[in-house]
Structures are given as structure tokens and as C-alpha cells.
Design a protein around this ligand. Structure first.
Ligand code: UGA
Length: 426
């Protein structure tokens, strides 16, 4: 927002995070963010505070807090949204615009409108979902595919909300980015519908991967072939370990929970299958890893390449890679984990695992090497020199990122998820 030319104050209850941000330190790994933060701080238009009273004087208030999965349930935990809105109530002025960015179950915005009205704030609520991907967050934020404004329909102030949002996104709109104005319910649904579609696409190709494994077919070629059809498209058809992270898994579950509350559970029943296919990939990977260990694990070493849920991120929330490393560890398989960016965040949640600071250290004397996150460092590694580091040149490619022919030529046995035994001979 500061880069777009606005005066911004960022509020968080975590004082340590606020102090770090004010000192120009990004609180997580995101390419381009430290530079952008430094530039924005240098303009003097960006400040941070842990005192919510400092929002006074701002005309627009974005709610950007997380909506994680409730422990033991599939529904979303809305307590951060509720408490952040409650905390700003005493500081709002008539005519202020409160804008929801968080991913929420449809109906949340309508409820929050009532909260603002009951407190006689005179403020208006809009919903403006964001679609950024971790690892591409800077580009996705400054050059989004589209802008969606959910505004109250048929009430005084709806047009004012649109005008304010147009002012905020003037630079983006000038770039001819499509802008859709809708009611509150549609805006909230757009976000979860988009993530559900993406999750479905990944699980579809992973269902095809299961069939490829059973028939000897090659899921990568299959994805290329169907992806050439413009109606299908090749993006988000990368088979492998499936989706993780703080968004797709919990969003499809929260969507199912909300549909149930609305009496429409049948409507989203297919998302149960999307979730199940996705979870099966992790189980399958553990089976393959154990098989490649030859049944007996005593004295073996397993190298795990990847801890983050995706490349160019240090986020390990619901990470397939960390999940698999943990399962193997719990089964008594000795794993050593390497990740280019996520070692610190992985160590925080899984201190029991062994970590190495280089790829070679993880692979030293390894009997099996598992590629579990699609980092460029892993696909770019030289299989010839790595063959001298490991004890047995056996690799399982959980993300279909290795050039299998090249690895085989270097003496490796390659097992790729989604490629059957005939296309991946031992
Ligand atoms: C996702 C959406 O892509 C964003 O549009 C959305 O804004 C965001 O959630 C959110 O709700 O905030 P993100 O979680 O950063 O973004 O990551 P994705 O790029 O969607 O990847 C999710 C997972 O799917 C990763 O584990 C990735 O490895 C996996 N994936 C992705 C595949 O297995 N195959 C693919 O073809 C693509």
C-alpha cells in the first residue's frame, strides 16, 4: 500500500514482529519483500505499531489476520478476525471503510457489518479478497490478475466504498487490471471457490498419477498432453506430493464446513475426495521410501530434500515434505532434512528431526534420497557428483522435478511418483 503511494500504518499484537518490521526486517522469507520493505520505509509513508489506537486518523482499515483450521475440526478459526475487528471499534470514525482481506466463510462479512452497526461506528464494511501466492507475493500484490470488491448492495455508502477502493488501487487500475464489483457474499465465495478449484486441479492430476503408477504410464507427459488444450491449461497440473500450506488444505475444509452449516453438504462432497487424494500422496511416498529402504532400516540413512510446503518460501504449515519426514522419523527411519530457506521454521515445529545446513551434508552416506519440495536447487543438482556423496544412489522424486534420464545415466536408481515401473525402470 505504501508502494502504491499511500500513508500506511501496520498493526500487529506481536511486538517483536512490529519491532523487526520497523527495523526493516521481513518476518518471513519472501523473495523481493526485504527490498520492497526497505524502499517503503525510506519513503516515510510506512510505519508500524503494536498499539491499535494508532489507527486513529486512517480512513481505510484492512483486516489481514489469519483464519487457520480449528484444532480437531474442519471449520476455520475466526477468533483473530473477530478480535481484530473488536479492537478497532473504539477508534473508528464515521465514514471510515473497514476492508476484509482474510479468507473467511461466506456470511462473515455480513456478521461483521452488524458488529460495526451495533457499535454505532458509522463505518462501512467491504470485502476485498487477495489471491497472492507465497513465493510470488510481491508481484501478485503489485500486479494482481484481478481486483474483487465486495460491497454492500442497496445501502447508502456502497458507491462510496467502491470509490475509496478505486482510489486505493488507482495505480493498479491504471495498469488495466480487471476489477469486479460485487456483493459481499460473492466476494467471500470467489476466494474459496478459486482455492477449491486449484486444489481440485492438483488432486485430479494426482488421481491420474495413481493410475499411471498402476499402468506404467507417465503422468508428466499426460499433464503436458491434456494441458495443451486451452480449456484445461497446463498450470496447476504438476503431480507429485500434492498441496500443503496454510491456505489450500484448510480452505477446502472450511468451505465444506460452511456448506454443511448452509444445509448444502452434498454440494461440496467432492472436496472430501480432493482432500483424500491429496492425503494419499503422502502415505504413498512413505510406503515408497520404506520400500526403497529394502524393508530393513537398521543402519540406514535417509536424506530428505525439502521442508517448506513449496519452493521460495520458508512456510512449513501443513507441509507435505515435513509431514513425510516426521512420519518416517516416528517409524524409526533416521532422516536428515535439508531445505534452502525453511530450516529455522521447520526446527521450531519439529525440533526432533535432524537438520543439515547443506544438501551434501543431508546426502552424506545416504541410502535413499527423497526430493519432497520443488526447489530449483534440487532439480539443478549435479547427479554425477552427488553419486559420490551418497552410500547408495537411489532417489525418489516426489515432485517430478528431476531429469530422470540424466540421473540414471549418472548411475542412480530413480523412482518418480506418478510414473509406473515400465516408464521408470530400476
Ligand atoms: C494459494 C493460491 O494459489 C493463491 O492464489 C491464494 O491467494 C493463496 O493460496 C491463499 O489463499 O492465500 P499458496 O498457498 O501460496 O497459494 O501456494 P500454491 O502456489 O497454491 O501451492 C499450494 C501447494 O500446491 C504447494 O504445496 C504446491 O507444491 C502444490 N502444487 C501446486 C502442486 O502440488 N501442483 C501444482 O501443479 C501446483
Amino acid at each position: 500500500m505504501a508502494t502504491l503511494g499511500h500513508e500506511v500504518i501496520g498493526i500487529d499484537t506481536d511486538k517483536a514482529k512490529i519491532d523487526a518490521l520497523a527495523a526493516g526486517e521481513a518476518p518471513f522469507y519472501e523473495p523481493g519483500l526485504p527490498e520492497l520493505l526497505a524502499e517503503a520505509l525510506a519513503t516515510g509513508r510506512l510505519r508500524f505499531s503494536s498499539d491499535v489506537a494508532d489507527i486513529r486518523g486512517s480512513a481505510v482499515h484492512f483486516i489481514c489476520v489469519g483464519t487457520p483450521q480449528l484444532p480437531g475440526e474442519i471449520a476455520a478459526d475466526l477468533s483473530y478476525v473477530d478480535s481484530s475487528v473488536a479492537s478497532i471499534l473504539p477508534h473508528l470514525s464515521t465514514g471510515d471503510l473497514v476492508v476484509g482481506k482474510s479468507t473467511v466463510p461466506v456470511g462473515t462479512a455480513e456478521h461483521l457489518t452488524t458488529v460495526l452497526d451495533d457499535a454505532s461506528t458509522g463505518a462501512l464494511l467491504a470485502w476485498n479478497p487477495e489471491f497472492l501466492r507465497e513465493g510470488h507475493a510481491v508481484k501478485d500484490t503489485l500486479h494482481p490478475d484481478r481486483l474483487v470488491y465486495g460491497v454492500p448492495v442497496g445501502v447508502e455508502g456502497g458507491d462510496r466504498a467502491v470509490n475509496l477502493l478505486d482510489e486505493i488501487y488507482a495505480a493498479t487500475i491504471a495498469d488495466k487490471i480487471p476489477r469486479l464489483v460485487t456483493d459481499l457474499a460473492t466476494a467471500q465465495l470467489v476466494k474459496v471457490a478459486a482455492n477449491s478449484f486449484l486444489a481440485t486441479k492438483i488432486s485430479f492430476i494426482n488421481a491420474m498419477a495413481e493410475l499411471c503408477e498402476a499402468t506404467g504410464a507417465d503422468v508428466s507427459v499426460l499433464a503436458d498432453a491434456i494441458g495443451h488444450d486451452e480449456r484445461i491449461g497446463r498450470k496447476f497440473l504438476n503431480a507429485g506430493l500434492g498441496f500443503g500450506g496454510g491456505c489450500l488444505p484448510k480452505d477446502i475444509r472450511a468451505f465444506m464446513a460452511r456448506a454443511g452449516e448452509l444445509g448444502a453438504d452434498q454440494t461440496l462432497a467432492f472436496l472430501h475426495e480432493v482432500d483424500a487424494i491429496n492425503n494419499r500422496r503422502r502415505i504413498r511416498m512413505v510406503e515408497i521410501a520404506r520400500d526403497e529402504c529394502g524393508g530393513s532400516i537398521s543402519g540406514l540413512r535417509v536424506a530428505v530434500l525439502g521442508a517448506s510446503f513449496k519452493p521460495n518460501s520458508d512456510d512449513v504449515r501443513d507441509s507435505p515434505a515435513l509431514d513425510i519426514a516426521t512420519t518416517l522419523h516416528r517409524q524409526g527411519v533416521p532422516v536428515r532434512v535439508y531445505d534452502p530457506a525453511a530450516l529455522e521454521s521447520a526446527r521450531r515445529v519439529r525440533p526432533e528431526l535432524a537438520y543439515t545446513s547443506t544438501l551434501h551434508d543431508a546426502c552424506q552416506d545416504a541410502d535413499v534420497t527423497l526430493v519432497l519440495t520443488e526447489w530449483a536447487e534440487f532439480s539443478g543438482v549435479d547427479p554425477v557428483s552427488l553419486a559420490d556423496v551418497v552410500r547408495r544412489p537411489v532417489v525418489v522424486d516426489g515432485r517430478l522435478v528431476l531429469d530422470a534420464d540424466k540421473w540414471r545415466a549418472a548411475g542412480w536408481r530413480v523412482h518418480a511418483l506418478g510414473r509406473g515401473p515400465r516408464s521408470a525402470p530400476a
